[in-house]
Ligand binder design. Structure first.
Ligand code: AMP
Length: 278
């Protein structure tokens, strides 16, 4: 049976009795098959599985974006039950950030390019909430999706630097049959935008194919991605990146491993995706 707790005190009490190791999956709810894959690993690898559901206001730059973020807690708890999750932590904003809260966790260079440049303050919000959640849950392992690749690197850096012993594990992106990365934000796509959205993955695959055929110029790979995106009128690219997969510095030549990533707008909806070249 999945137990739902809402306060720090209830969480502490539930965890005191929980068998170890603990596997933790932080989410913002509107759970989907991508989240399910993280829960399944958390459950398989650990004696206790914990999911948090918290739409974190601090990681949203735009109040309208926060406002329209989809929510359905009853359905989320049902999904956690189906996946055999032991404990759901669904706190209020005040429970996570009590009155007087005044600390920000700001990760350095790895948080600066790409999503960090496009969404000022976003990773401060992410690092701050994950530091709090890691501290409250005190899990042996935590599971994140590689769909948010830079987020994964930011959280690894944060946990290492703050001496948080939770091991940060990254898992593959779960996709729809047509290649679109599953995301809570996909619900906002109009039928026409939804039909167009697989171009994001297709554009990255085209560049990955070029790389496999021997193309090593990062600019040529960016151009392949941009050309595929340009053929879809509903897709408005924000950035196309070919970067070192560890530092996220933009590359001129792809010698070793690289991360191909892009952010693309479809109307008001912003989608991100990436593909590792290795
Ligand atoms: P979110 O609820 O969007 O904050 O995501 C919570 C966690 O689920 C993050 O670690 C995401 O990277 C991960 N996630 C989101 N979408 C997917 C996906 N399609 N495949 C795998 N993991 C995902």
């Amino acid at each position: 049976m999945t137990r739902v707790v809402r306060t720090r005190a209830e969480l502490r009490e539930a965890l005191a009795a929980a068998p170890r190791p603990i596997g933790f999956v932080p989410t913002m709810g509107w759970l989907h098959v991508g989240h399910r894959s993280l829960m399944q690993r958390a459950r398989a690898d650990n004696a206790t599985s914990v999911v948090s559901i918290f739409v974190n206001p601090r990681q949203f730059g735009d109040p309208a974006d926060l406002e329209r973020y989809p929510r359905n807690e009853a359905r989320d708890v049902e999904i956690c039950g189906e996946e055999g999750v032991d404990l759901v932590f669904a706190p209020t904003v005040d429970e996570v950030y009590p009155p007087g809260f005044d600390t920000t966790v700001a990760v350095g260079a790895i948080a600066k390019p790409l999503e960090g440049a496009a969404r000022p303050g976003h990773f401060d919000g992410v690092a701050t909430v994950v530091a709090i959640l890691f501290s409250l849950v005190d899990a042996e392992r935590a599971y994140f999706g590689r769909k948010d690749y830079q987020q994964l690197l930011v959280i690894r850096q944060m946990a290492r630097d703050l001496a948080i012993p939770t091991e940060v594990i990254g898992l593959p992106t779960v996709r729809e049959a047509d290649g679109l990365a599953v995301s809570s934000r996909n619900v906002h796509l109009s039928p026409a935008e939804r039909a167009a959205a697989p171009v994001v993955h297709r554009s990255l695959m085209a560049a990955a194919d070029a790389w496999r055929r021997g193309e090593r110029s990062a600019d040529a790979l960016r151009r392949v991605t941009r050309d595929v995106l340009a053929a879809e009128p509903l897709a408005v690219p924000e950035y196309v990146s070919v970067a070192d997969a560890r530092t996220l510095h933009e590359l001129e030549t792809v010698d070793a491993s690289a991360l191909l990533s892009t952010a693309v707008r479809f109307g008001p909806t912003r989608l991100i995706d990436n593909e590792a070249l290795e």
